[in-house]
Design a protein around this ligand. Structure first.
Ligand code: GDP
Length: 296
């Protein structure tokens, strides 16, 4: 389970909510990647409530904290989550998956494939990471496991694979096409240019596609994760996020930091959370549940 439980320890069990208590809370929030501005905002609200004496016990403050964080995260929740509501008029519905290497893209694609299939959808995968043979093989393995085809090319770039895959999906009348991409950070400019090209080619092959541009983000990457979201969003216009590796971490606050970062912009929705390496370890994201898991 993710959450701050370990770091908060007995913080919410005490009767003394003095300055030292608030300091300890502040430290825990920062350590969990909630981010400084959000931490300060939350502490101001809690301190005010404690002074007003309407809310005094640690339990009351805990409840208020959960409530405040849920409110903060609400805008990141998808009203009509495209993982569960497929209202695209066109078939195939195309999902372009981006993110840095190791974030959990391929694993998440395996999970998405399983989820869509469980909804009775036909799925096709495309191995758009043409730089690493290992990435292609890994996707082929997930294809095997889910018994779906994977479009690959021995040579050729990601745009060519995406183009091929769209035509294959159209002719097979596949419901959902999921396109994997490379994520080498070492050459970020090059990566972003390549991804832009892939997106352009997809749009030309099927007007309106990709219907979702999904960024997979490792939930343990803290401030660096925020920079990744900003860079991918600026280059590609991210519509959705899945945050991975939220099992067994004392972190998980990065989503609060995200809410703060995207306060005034069109923001991507957080669709789901990766909570393990298994095929079913994907949980829908809801603000209230996330907030309560974070602090309980
Ligand atoms: P990619 O390079 O972005 O395609 O990342 P991979 O899908 O290969 O994942 C990198 C590593 O993270 C692998 O060892 C995965 O098993 C692991 N991983 C992916 N998602 C999760 C998750 O939600 N929880 C945990 N604990 N591990 C994960």
């Amino acid at each position: 389970m993710f959450g701050l439980r370990k770091t908060l320890g007995s913080l919410f069990k005490t009767n003394q909510t003095d300055e030292a208590w608030f300091d300890a809370l502040e430290e825990s929030l920062i350590l969990s990647d909630v981010g400084l501005p959000t931490t300060q905002q939350l502490l101001t609200t809690l301190r005010k409530a404690a002074k007003s004496e309407k809310v005094s016990s640690a339990i009351d403050l805990q409840q208020l904290l959960v409530q405040e964080v849920a409110h903060l995260l609400q805008p990141l929740e998808s009203i009509s989550n495209p993982l569960y509501v497929h209202d695209e008029k066109t078939t195939p519905e195309v999902w372009l998956i981006v993110g840095v290497n190791g974030a959990g893209k391929t694993t998440t694609i395996g999970k998405l494939c399983r989820l869509f299939q469980s909804q009775g959808k036909s799925v096709l995968l495309a191995a758009g990471d043409t730089f690493r043979a290992a990435a292609r093989n890994q996707l082929l393995e997930w294809g095997d496991r889910n018994q779906v085809d994977v479009i690959t090319q021995e040579s050729g770039d990601a745009a060519a694979v995406a183009h091929d895959a769209i035509h294959a999906a159209i002719s097979r009348k596949t419901d959902i096409l999921i396109i994997d991409t490379a994520g080498r950070l070492a050459t970020q400019d090059h990566l972003m240019e390549e991804l832009k090209k892939v997106k352009r080619v997809i749009g030309k092959a099927l007007p309106g596609a990709p219907h979702q541009t999904l960024l997979v983000l490792d939930g343990n990457t803290g401030q660096n994760g925020l920079s990744q979201v900003k860079a991918f969003h600026a280059a590609l216009g991210i519509s959705a996020l899945i945050v991975t590796k939220l099992d067994g971490t004392a972190k998980g606050g990065v989503i609060c930091a995200l809410a703060h970062t995207f306060q005034e912009e069109v923001r991507p929705s957080v669709l789901a959370l990766g909570k393990g390496e298994g095929i079913d370890d994907l949980a829908p994201f809801t603000a209230t549940q996330y907030a309560s898991e974070l602090f309980n």
